[in-house]
Design a protein around this ligand. Sequence first.
Ligand code: CAA
Length: 259
Amino acid sequence: MADYQNIRTEIRGRVGIIRLDRPKSLNALCADLVRELGQALDAFEDDAAIGCMVLTGSERAFAAGADIKEMKDKTYQDVFLEDFITVGWEKVSRVRKPIIAAVAGFALGGGCEMAMMCDFIIAADNARFGQPEITLGTIPGAGGTQRLPRFIGKSKAMDLVLTGRMMDAAEAERCGLVSRVVPLAQLMDDAIATAEKIAGMSLPATMVAKEAVNRAFETTLDEGIRFERRTFHATFAFDDRAEGMAAFADKRKAIWKHR
Ligand code: CAA
């Protein structure tokens, strides 16, 4: 395992766990952390023995946003030239294997945005979500104005982005930001069990399923359904598709080759 300073990684069976670990700043997403996160995502993505990832923080904070102290003196030239909030960050939304965000405590600004880049969010009952950038005189910069309305609709997204208020886990579940809320003490067990279940499926099947769902947010219904149909047809090239259907007919458990 690589020697990271701002994150910790762990492998449980076919699940790769990445824990954001800058407790003194509530996991504020500084450049070093995001760079390490990118490396960890690449490592799990390249590891054939990993079928699903979990991204999490501490019990107090998933992440309280981009690192305000690190960015406060940057100029326009700085952020433009370094393409600030792009390198590393976008990796979370680009990984092809399934990735679950397990969120406890604060998920604010870039923290909320990073959780939304994952495939779905499981929240602890103490989770608090928000886009407080407006209180800093700026706006969300890691997809908040685009992904939040897609999750929760315009009215509530505007409410959060324009007021900077936080919403609790119950409200986040009610409006569809999170797939489920669990007691804080059960968060990691629940997230890892869910990831194990996904990792227990055929890897290429989960990868194309993820890709197909994500197309829904990029295209028209007609084109999306065409993409889905052709991709469904393409799964007939997988060894695992033949095995899955044969195993059903033989009343036995499928043995995946992940091919
Ligand atoms: N950046 C840098 N440091 C941060 C931070 C951040 N986003 N959030 C918290 N910290 C630091 C605090 O400065 C504090 O450090 P010190 O002990 O050295 O003073 C430490 O973490 C603990 O925080 P608090 O003492 O403030 O803890 P609290 O429990 O009183 O409050 C909080 C918690 C409500 C989350 C508060 O820390 C807060 O409002 N944080 C900032 C949230 C925010 O505005 N996030 C958006 C950032 S901008 C962004 O993300 C842009 C984008 O879209 C990519």
